[in-house]
Design a protein around this ligand. Structure first.
Ligand code: BCO
Length: 288
């Protein structure tokens, strides 16, 4: 292909990308509420990301999608960092996508808004998975729907024994849309992943540990943040450049599957788009 032709093709693909990005941002910023907060501790090298929408059990609104990506961008640039804890505000992790937002997506029948939302969040969660930091989800209370998907994008999960974890998407007439199925199959294997995804069963922290979804359990008498920090600190004792290098090697190794994560995510988005606003989804939304 001539150089001139290559230049004009790359210009076309850049315009398509920037058009997609503009449409994603326009969609997400219309649905406001909550925040995603980041505290960085230079002394310990540990950052704390908090999903903050406690009145809705930390459901993720449109504007929180955008803030989630902004915080990840900050973390990608954090040269001296070593670790990240992702948690929810007020002793509960996250109840998934804000149902008011999901309802709005489902109602615009012929639009590609579900796909815009899903591909945005897949990209952001993949970037979180690939951060050159050791990442831990601190899970207490509820981690359901997209909340359960979010806990899978961390390297480890430290979970309260009585936490309630459930991939409720099927119950909502949906499939996963934030990369959760791909990551769950990698974590647990196809059979165990399918058991959770197709039953929408809600399991405790103890049961999550039995199937390999939780790496460490804490109980009523433990301070959740202290328990999680003490778990994470075991993996942060070497200099940050060494930890970042190890994480990069692990990320590259997990990309060496026959199909790239990007390709698998695109398939997941297509499936999500087909279900969102369909009969099963509308029936679930009408049930409250
Ligand atoms: C690709 C992403 C796909 C998705 O994530 S679809 C969304 C999947 N998530 C869900 O279906 C979870 C819906 N929520 C629930 O099942 C329950 O609220 C949950 C989390 C088990 C907690 O139960 P409870 O402790 O009994 O609390 P509750 O139901 O009274 O909730 C307290 C207030 O929070 C609200 N809330 C909870 N989850 C929400 C959500 N995802 N979106 C919007 N609002 C949500 C709930 O409506 C209630 O509000 P209010 O106090 O009645 O005004």
């Amino acid at each position: 292909m001539g150089l001139q032709m290559q230049r004009s093709l790359s210009h076309v693909s850049f315009s398509i990308c920037s058009d997609l990005r503009r449409r994603q941002i326009d969609l997400l910023r219309k649905h406001r509420g909550g925040s995603v907060d980041l505290e960085v501790n230079e002394k310990t090298g540990i950052a704390l990301m908090t999903l903050n929408n406690p009145k809705k059990k930390n459901a993720i609104t449109g504007s929180m999608h955008l803030e989630f990506e902004e915080r990840i961008e900050e973390l990608e640039k954090w040269e001296t960092g070593k670790g990240l804890i992702v948690k929810g505000c007020g002793n509960t992790f996250c109840s998934g996508g804000d149902l008011n937002f999901v309802r709005a997506l489902a109602k615009e029948k012929d639009s590609d808004n579900p796909s815009l939302m899903s591909s945005f969040m897949q990209n952001a969660t993949t970037r979180l998975s690939n951060l050159p930091l050791i990442t831990v989800a601190l899970v207490e209370g509820f981690a359901v729907g997209g909340g359960a998907e979010l806990m899978t994008c961390c390297d480890f999960r430290v979970v309260h024994s009585s936490a309630r974890i459930g991939f409720l998407e099927a119950q909502m007439g949906l499939s996963t849309g934030w990369g959760g199925s791909v990551r769950l199959v990698h974590l647990l294997g196809r059979s165990k992943a399918l058991q959770l995804l197709t039953s929408a069963r809600v399991i405790s922290g103890i049961d999550a540990q039995k199937i390999g979804l939780a790496d460490e359990i804490f109980g009523e008498s433990d301070d959740p943040l202290e328990a999680t920090t003490s778990f994470l600190t075991k993996y942060l004792k070497f200099p940050s450049e060494v930890i970042k290098a190890m994480k990069r090697v692990a990320v590259n190794a997990s990309k060496s599957d026959s199909k790239s994560v990007e390709h698998l995510n695109a398939k997941e988005t297509d499936i999500f788009q087909n279900l969102c606003g369909g009969p099963a989804n509308l029936a679930a939304l009408n049930r409250k």
